[in-house]
Write a protein that binds this ligand. Structure first.
Ligand code: C2E
Ligand code: MG
Ligand code: MG
Ligand code: MG
Length: 292
């Protein structure tokens, strides 16, 4: 009986694997078709200097337009194309689109940094740096100087030597590198010492919860301390309210990004937002005492 139950379970499991495989293949076809039809787009979310409120940059975030008008966000589709050739094709499209947009904004006189997320799979692609070089060809260096690549802390430490070499090659092109979702990868200090990344991006989970959780606040504080000790820049994501911005300033973090400042917006809406934006400086409020 037990044997039979086991076999049934096995069969069900097998069917499930097949189903997932079919879904993945179908997803890949949809992505390929949408790339051809131009149904991917980038949204842009500003990053500001907290003490002045000035916009210092933006992060490009991928969106997928569905036939019914809905926009899917990356967690809703990236996992299904992870580690497939489409992961790289889509990533290359994002890079080309972001570089094109940055170039247009620079021509219009908007001067800020644009950050682009790079998937772990893209970093494994031998053509990654050559592709970047081709994209930046003919540029005098002004576009490269304003382009920043966000790579996941977890991806960076899983392949330290290779990623370090890639970072050096990107630096030679004039780009900056940020470690995204920093704090979630359990990087040891030794790893960080070896990784020549320019920016630590504090993961939003710690920032969002730091107002009422002293442990999250301690993590945020520790990352800010690390950044200072290693002379890296630090940016916080997840600035959902004025209180978040104020506390970050009090803890010594100079830069932030989050729904409390602005949501990610399509290029046109982002330009409009920039025109009407009135910088709202945050204040260095004393951090609340942890209580009894
Ligand atoms: P990420 O790079 O850490 O980007 C920040 C994410 O947090 C974005 O979600 C953004 O909309 C969201 N966010 C920003 N401010 C707040 C806030 O105050 N509160 C909360 N709760 N969330 C906030 P999104 O756009 O859904 O992207 C999710 C993740 O997908 C990104 O996390 C990034 O890892 C990945 N991703 C986005 N675009 C791309 C891309 O072009 N290529 C690759 N490979 N990954 C991308
Ligand atoms: Mg990012
Ligand atoms: Mg992040
Ligand atoms: Mg994230």
């Amino acid at each position: 009986r037990a044997k039979q139950a086991g076999r049934n379970r096995y069969c069900r499991f097998d069917g499930e694997l097949e189903r997932q495989d079919r879904l993945r293949r179908q997803r890949q076809q949809e992505v390929a078709q949408s790339l051809a039809e131009g149904r991917f787009l980038l949204h842009y979310q500003p990053k500001i200097e907290l003490h002045s409120g000035h916009v210092i940059g933006a992060e490009a975030l991928l969106r997928w337009q569905q036939p019914d008008g809905r926009l899917l966000t990356p967690p809703q589709f990236l996992p299904q194309i992870e580690n497939t050739p489409l992961d790289i094709r889509l990533g290359n499209w994002v890079l080309a689109e972001a570089v094109g947009q940055l170039r247009r904004w620079q021509r219009q006189g908007t001067d800020f940094r644009l950050s682009v997320n790079i998937s772990p799979c893209q970093l494994q692609d031998p053509d990654f740096v050559p592709y970047l070089e081709r994209l930046l060809e003919g540029d005098s260096g002004t576009v490269a100087a304003r382009l920043e690549l966000e790579i996941l802390e977890t991806a960076a430490i899983s392949n330290l030597e290779q990623i370090t070499a890639i970072i050096h090659r990107c630096h030679r092109l004039g780009l900056r590198i940020a470690l995204d979702d920093f704090g979630t990868g359990y990087s040891s200090l030794t790893y960080l010492k070896q990784l020549p990344a320019d920016v630590l991006k504090i993961d939003k989970s710690f920032v969002i919860d730091m107002l009422d959780n002293p442990e999250d606040r301690a993590i945020v504080q520790a990352i800010i301390g690390l950044a200072r000790a290693f002379e890296r820049e630090v940016v916080a994501e997840g600035v959902e309210s004025v209180a978040h911005g104020d506390m970050l300033l009090a803890l010594g973090c100079a830069r932030g990004q989050g729904f409390g400042i602005a949501r990610p917006m399509a290029a046109g809406a982002f330009e409009h937002w920039l025109q009407q934006y009135r910088p709202r400086p945050y204040r260095r409020q004393p951090a609340p005492s942890p209580g009894p």
